[in-house]
Design a protein around this ligand. Sequence first.
Ligand code: MN
Length: 255
Amino acid sequence: MRILLSNDDGVTAPGLAALADALAGAGELAIVAPADHQSAMAHAITVSDKLLVVAPAEVSGRPARAVGGTPADCVRLALRELLPARPDLVVAGINRGANIGINIFYSGTVAAAAEGAFEGIPAVAFSTELGETEPDFPAVAACCRRVLNMLLARGLAPGELINVNIPFLRSGWPLGVKVVPQSSARVVDTYIARPGPDGLPAYHISPDYEFHSTPGETDVSALAAGYITVTPLRMNLTNHDDLERLAQSDWGSWQ
Ligand code: MN
């Protein structure tokens, strides 16, 4: 099996190295990751005449390529130009920080995986919740490998996109795996005012935020309760209920 591995925390991120180690033996690994930290870049790609410079890099002793662009750039470029053959699986992570609820929309990690799914390749995004100390990435990566083994044993369909989050590994956690829907509740966060250049107001996003969960068990509630969350995603944003209602409206004659 050929696996393309990427992330959004950059080619030097410990989560990438730990996941590369954990995936060793699962298949032939190609690593293409952003040269710089690219969190919260979502699906951004580099357009116009800007160059995507590809530099040789090393991830935990393995050859890798560092792309001067976004996570989506990395996977797009890897699939279209850099890899000698189409991979069987695209894996992104391990992101330093959970990608749950509406934060999935900002996530470069999920977007990197989604680029594989767009091309009809099964893809899995892995992220870990943050806690009081730095995550134990090798331990988190072992959880990721176990989840991936389960997914592969069950079989991944072409273009299937799975979002996996590992809770912060305190004693006794994870309690297990829960397959749960994405929460779409708002994230309560704030901006901190700072003096900007030339007396202009300036703000930066506060590191403190509060997740809320939509009713029922979701990725937000299950992760907080100590479970690994597995959420199948679709990148087709169509609201089918509203589609029906809109289709039933009288749009008039245009001829
Ligand atoms: Mn990140």
